[in-house]
Design a protein around this ligand. Structure first.
Ligand code: FEO
Ligand code: CA
Ligand code: CA
Length: 742
């Protein structure tokens, strides 16, 4: 999604571990104890002496910096699987940072455009005019907008999954959101706060969601097959089954589905997951903002628990695209289905519950176009960025790692009840029923000593009970629907906006980008070991950007994916290389690899290279967003580090953290995107010789009022000239047809 386009609703008082320390530091007697070195016992409730050390350099405490505690020993990695080893060096030259309106890729490589907003995916659908006049109903069979996550599935001659097909496959990708200025003749028509042009709204309904397209390589060139029977769009009008514990629950009843077993549509599908049975998970991220709920009139009709839930997820307002404001509504509530308010006699008479049917991972089988997708409610309801599987092992549970993308939200893990049977690899959504409808959810707690714990989110465990004051839970359905509140109750660690995760195929280490945070939401006092920075990233025009505006990438190692403890460190910190201060440019980035706001993250299975994509608003004075490649070591390859933070008032605080070995030349910029884009989504053919990468929302900072004046567009990519910009999938190949990156 757009770098600054997120809801912020973790106003929970779930104390951060450093909040607890701070409270005690503000007690003068305890401060004296700390200075005299006898305070350890007084703070023993915190759980570890290194947590205490992290606090000793409090914001206004003049005590000297503590000696860093040694890093905990991570569990040994599993034996390296059969397959390619990680290369020792990257083979391409770094691409320079750029603000040009082009895709720049490393020398020796070629990037070409494959699939753009509006491109037709059925025979008889005309080419996209890209002037706002394309017929609204045709968008049901055109590429959506804001291409995001993407996954390649090899296609056999008989139309089944092939692990080796590198010339023919299905690309499945998300269309997260829209740039309305470029979709319609002159942007959105809004009169007195209401949408008034039905075609515009219908177009927007269709351009969200998911594409499935068949792609093929012939004579060395890739194209998508416009008339393939596999081509499919899933969008906000697609009927989707509710699966898992919330299926049929009273909270899921709507006028559309009085049995609470279905809903219409998926929305704001950001990153994704893929399963060991070759299906796709489209993860619903900023769904909350699409619904209309006018609190002044709706709140009196709601229970206290409902109000707590709405507040925690940010369901309030008129809806970001104002869809529910269009009148008159249709008989099947095309517009009113976005109105999550009490307006009828019962839940089966209105859409008071419709927002409960969003916020899930949506499983799609790309090989069976007729099958309804399924919302997998056992995996919890959050602002799902994506769901990344650990390597499936026969006889062990299937495990997915997940992030909730909002500032100060949590990292989660799902562990299936069923254990993996390799025979299920061909069973599609039936396998999904087995592994994704029953399992346990956990939220991550990162301890200051470099260890961590997975906190179980099961009704009856810990604070997830009817006695929980902030939100008294009723049952596991309540936990599935209010996963954030369950994680609050168990004391999960608030993170600097979790974006993508990825699992190292060689050693199982799990990486997750933490894209950025602000000074308001990660003030100096709230920095902690896992979110350790608070500083000023000064723009070239002198504008201060405080907090953790450049983000970092955390990683952890478990002895096996289903266990409940881990050891962590921080792989990389974003920063501008022109900043020499090691408290800011912690990873010693250079001009060849400096970046800001990591978002997409992915390991190639062909080469084991780690790829990092950015969705940035902080470093855009110097460069557009980018794609970098890395050759990481693993958790524990660096050591402890004490970072000295400074806030706007000059107060300082020292935080001990654990930092991975500096990457040096093992991290290098591979591609820079066009203006105002986000580089997101990356996948490959099994032979590693083709990369597919998504370029999202080029030109998104164009003022909506400038649509009539192409000279005001900030981007014209990919068509150039005076064209409106279009999100698109690009194909990257090596000019010598070799494997990419090595
Ligand atoms: Fe849609 Fe979390 O970026
Ligand atoms: Ca993002
Ligand atoms: Ca993202």
């Amino acid at each position: 999604m757009s770098h600054d386009d997120e809801t912020i609703s973790n106003t929970s008082h779930n104390p951060h571990i450093n909040d607890l320390i701070e409270q005690h530091l503000h007690d003068p007697k305890r401060r004296a104890l700390l200075r005299s070195g006898t305070g350890l016992a007084a703070l023993s409730f915190i759980g570890s002496s290194s947590a205490l050390l992290a606090a000793c350099g409090g914001d206004d405490d003049s005590a000297p910096a503590p000696a860093p505690a040694p890093a905990p020993a991570p569990p040994p990695p599993p034996a390296a699987p059969a397959g390619p080893a990680r290369p020792s060096a990257l083979s391409f030259g770094a691409v320079a940072k750029s603000t040009a309106d082009v895709v720049t890729v490393a020398g020796g490589y070629t990037a070409s455009v494959l699939y753009r907003l509006g491109d037709p995916i059925a025979s008889g659908i005309p080419a996209y005019m890209n002037n706002g006049a394309d017929a609204a109903p045709s968008f049901a069979q055109r590429a959506g907008d804001h291409h995001d996550a993407i996954e390649y599935y090899g296609l056999s001659a008989t139309g089944t999954y092939s692990a080796t097909s590198s010339d023919r496959g299905l690309l499945v990708m998300n269309h997260e959101a829209i740039t309305p200025a470029f979709l319609h003749p002159a942007g959105q028509t809004i009169v007195a706060g209401a949408r008034t042009v039905a075609d515009e709204v219908l177009r927007e309904f269709y351009v969200h969601g998911v594409s499935v397209i068949e792609v093929q390589r012939a004579a060395g060139a890739w194209s998508y097959k416009q008339d393939s029977a596999f081509n499919r769009r899933v969008h906000t009008l697609t009927v989707i089954e509710i699966a898992g514990p919330a299926r049929g629950a009273p909270q899921m009843i709507t006028k559309f589905s009085p049995t609470g077993t279905q809903t219409r549509g998926t929305i704001n599908n950001c990153a994704h997951g893929y399963t060991p049975w070759y299906t796709y998970l489209a993860c619903e991220e900023n769904w909350a903002g699409y619904f209309r709920r006018v609190t002044a009139t709706d709140n009196p009709n709601r229970t206290t628990k409902e109000l707590t839930s709405f507040a925690r997820y940010g369901v309030a307002g008129n809806g970001r695209e104002l869809w529910a404001t269009f009148t008159p509504d249709t008989a099947d509530n095309l517009y009113g289905r976005w109105n999550t308010q009490v307006v009828g006699a019962t839940a089966a008479d209105d859409y008071r519950n419709v927002s409960n049917t969003y916020g899930w991972n949506v499983e799609i089988d790309p090989f069976t176009g007729a099958a309804a997708p399924k919302k997998r409610t056992a995996m919890g309801r959050i602002a799902h960025e994506g769901a990344w599987p650990a390597k499936a092992v026969v006889g062990k549970p299937v495990v997915f790692y997940m992030g909730c993308d909002s500032r100060n939200e949590y990292i989660y893990k799902y562990v299936s009840t069923a254990v993996w049977d390799a025979a299920d690899a061909t069973r599609g959504l039936t396998a999904g029923d087995k592994y994704l409808d029953a399992g346990k959810l956990y939220a991550a707690k990162f301890n200051a000593d470099g260890t961590g714990n997975w906190l179980e989110l099961t009704f009856g465990v810990g604070n997830v009970t009817a006695a929980n004051v902030a939100y008294p839970f009723t049952d596991q359905i309540d936990v599935a629907l209010n996963t954030r509140l369950a994680a609050d109750a168990q004391g999960a660690t608030k993170m600097d906006r979790p974006e993508w995760g990825a699992v190292d195929p060689l050693n199982g280490d799990v990486y997750m980008t933490l894209t950025n945070n602000t000074a308001a939401l990660r003030p100096l006092a709230a920095t902690d070991a896992a979110n350790p920075r608070h500083y000023n990233d000064l723009r070239t025009n002198g504008t201060a950007q405080r907090g953790n505006p450049n983000g970092h990438i955390i990683r952890w190692r478990e002895s096996s994916p289903e266990v409940l403890t881990f050891t962590w460190d921080i792989f990389l910190f974003g920063a501008r290389s022109t900043i020499a201060d090691p408290n800011i440019n912690v990873s010693a980035l250079t001009a060849d690899n400096d970046f800001s706001s990591p978002d997409g993250l992915w390991f190639s299975r062909a080469t084991n290279l780690c790829w990092v994509q950015t969705d940035d608003g902080a470093y855009t004075d110097v460069t557009n967003c980018m794609l970098l490649a890395a050759l990481p070591g693993g958790v524990g390859d660096g050591g402890p580090r004490t970072i000295t933070n400074t806030d706007a008032l000059g107060a300082t605080k020292q935080v001990q953290t654990f930092v991975g070995a500096a990457q040096g030349t093992k991290l290098r910029r591979f591609l820079v995107g066009p203006k105002d884009c986000e580089v997101t989504g990356i996948t490959e053919t099994p032979d590693g010789r083709t990369l597919f990468v998504n370029i999202q929302h080029p030109g998104e900072d164009t003022p909506a009022t400038a649509i009539g004046d192409p000279t005001m567009f900030t981007s014209h990519w990919p068509e150039g000239g005076t064209a409106r910009p279009r999100s698109a999938t690009i194909v990257i190949t090596k000019n010598d047809a070799g494997v990419i990156g090595i």
